[in-house]
Design a protein around this ligand. Structure first.
Ligand code: GTP
Ligand code: MG
Length: 493
């Protein structure tokens, strides 16, 4: 409406007249001077009054919307409310700030999306930052204002994302390829795999039955139980191991639940709970592979145990006694020692240990194992004198930036020669002194191991490849009886 025709003053509708006044085409006084009919004058006054109110409300609503201008869903909803109310066309009132509101809403939407992308990227690249509890929070979202406020100034991506008022869904995680389908939502947010654990003193007399004892040593949270879980699952899956119950003084077998719990953990893709600090336990298994039968006892010694031994400054013999491990380590059984080195310490992920601690635990273990005997150097009949094989397993190799297994082994070798040179020299010396690893010239075996790719919620995509290699390795290096015989057996080919 660009022009006002004075001759038509009484033909215009009240709305048209009010629009022309608002559009500064004509003033109210000019309209009256041109002879607007008396009964129409109060109608025009009412219309102008209404418009003034709407304009004031518009200003107020806009102020409210801009006050919430934050990268949050609340900020987004503020503008959405404004647009719902004012994004109208004449004859309805159109808000003065509709265009600004549209730009602001687009801006917030982009920022919220960016935050989401950043979250998913971090979940893919640094899954260890997202424990089960954090993932649960991300799935539920946060709505309590005090909680949102508390999160607002925290720098980590989970807090930033939650403070924006957003949440994620299980489908998001599946669609973005962050977790595979076998990781069910209930596993994702569950605590680590529960395991019934019993201390060695309640397990009954340590088996001395011409078995080879397979020991796992390493720092807390280094991956000992995970290696064991991988081995047991692989043996179970291939049907090559028979679990042997071990009866204690009360005629109970207290290990089977631990055994089945470890196997279940790989099916669920859930890491085992931390082994109790003072726990040293054992488990009997008969491995039948490649026509060989190996009678084995797996012994797990918690990293804390070595720290205690180190701190007590006691000679191995009496230190083992205090830990209740004397009966197993001092037994005449042949032994395979597996030293577990935690590769994740490189990335500072294991907050219960560090490389200095790792070095100390390993050196202490080696020293004790070579001085828990008798004689001048306490090495006569020491544990190492009964060891056939030693191996070093560098765990969590999925955190290395490559998938090729040979390359991972190279990285593992580099890692140990850069960080544990003194320990490796001592281990090599022990190998030649006690005739260990004769088959490969008295050098320690080194392997890289991963239970599978680490995922959010402390879950993993189980990959049996490394577990299978270790099972085969154990079968090859431990003393076994040849079980081949002439004849036919059901199921073999
Ligand atoms: N990336 C990756 N992380 C692993 C792997 N194995 C274990 N972890 C991580 O290391 C943590 C500890 O693993 P465990 O097997 O419980 O270690 P442990 O040495 O038995 O620990 P303690 O019983 O507490 O002494 C797990 O909860 C996982 O977060 C692996 O193969 N890859
Ligand atoms: Mg453990």
């Amino acid at each position: 409406m660009n022009e006002f025709d004075p001759l038509r003053v009484n033909s215009y509708s009240i709305i048209e007249l009010a629009d022309m006044i608002e559009g500064h085409v004509v003033t109210k006084d000019e309209i009256y001077a041109c002879g607007l009919a008396a009964p129409r004058r109060p109608q025009l006054e009412t219309e102008l009054n209404n418009r003034r109110h709407v304009i004031i409300e518009d200003e107020e609503d806009w102020a409210l919307a801009t006050r919430k201008h934050t990268t949050t869903t609340e900020g987004y909803e503020g503008y959405e409310y404004y647009l719902r109310k004012y994004d109208k066309w004449p004859p309805e009132y159109r808000g003065k700030y509709v265009a600004y509101a549209k730009a602001a809403i687009d801006d917030i939407a982009i920022k919220l999306e960016k935050l989401k992308t950043e979250l998913f990227e971090s979940m893919r690249e640094e899954p260890w930052l997202f424990k089960a509890e954090g993932v649960k929070k991300l799935l539920e979202g946060v709505s309590r204002p005090e909680e949102l406020e508390a999160l607002r100034n925290l720098p980590d991506i989970t807090s930033k994302f939650l403070a924006s008022g957003q949440k994620i869904s299980y489908e998001d995680l599946r669609n973005k390829g962050i977790i595979p389908s076998n990781i069910k939502i209930e596993n994702l947010i569950a605590e680590d795999q529960f395991l019934v654990q019993t201390n060695i003193s309640d397990l009954g007399t340590f088996p001395i039955e011409k078995r080879t004892d397979v020991y796992f040593f390493g720092v807390p949270r280094g991956g000992k139980s995970s290696v064991l879980a991988g081995i047991l699952s692989n043996m179970d899956k291939r049907g090559v191991a028979i679990y042997q119950p071990h009866w204690n003084q009360n005629d109970q077998d207290l290990v089977s639940e631990y055994y089945y719990g470890l196997i279940e953990s790989t099916r669920r893709g859930k890491f085992p709970v931390s082994t109790q600090a003072d726990s040293i336990s054992f488990m009997k298994l008969d491995l039948k592979l490649k026509k060989r039968q190996n009678l084995l006892t797996f012994v797990e010694i918690g990293g804390e145990a070595f720290e205690q031994v180190y701190e007590s400054h006691k000679r191995g013999y009496s230190a083992w006694g205090e830990l209740g491990a004397g009966s197993c380590l001092r037994s005449q059984n042949r032994k395979l020692l597996i030293f577990i080195l935690d590769y994740s310490l490189v990335k500072g992920i294991n907050n219960q240990s560090n490389e200095d601690k790792q070095r100390r635990v390993l050196n202490t273990a080696l020293q004790i194992l070579s001085t828990d005997g008798t004689g001048r150097n306490y090495s006569d009949g020491c544990t190492l004198s009964k060891v056939d094989t030693v191996a070093v397993i560098v765990t969590k190799s999925d955190l290395m930036e490559c998938t090729d297994r040979d390359q991972r082994t190279d990285i593992a070798l580099k890692y140990i020669s850069n960080n544990f040179a003194a320990f490796m020299t001592a281990l090599e010396n022990a190998c030649s002194k006690f005739g260990i690893n004769k088959a490969i010239g008295y050098k320690p075996y080194v392997m890289a191991f991963s239970l599978g790719k680490l995922l959010v919620g402390n879950t993993y995509a189980y990959d049996p490849t490394d577990s299978e290699s270790i099972v085969n390795f154990i079968s090859d290096v431990t003393a076994g009886e040849n079980t081949s015989f002439l004849g036919r057996v059901f199921g073999s080919n």
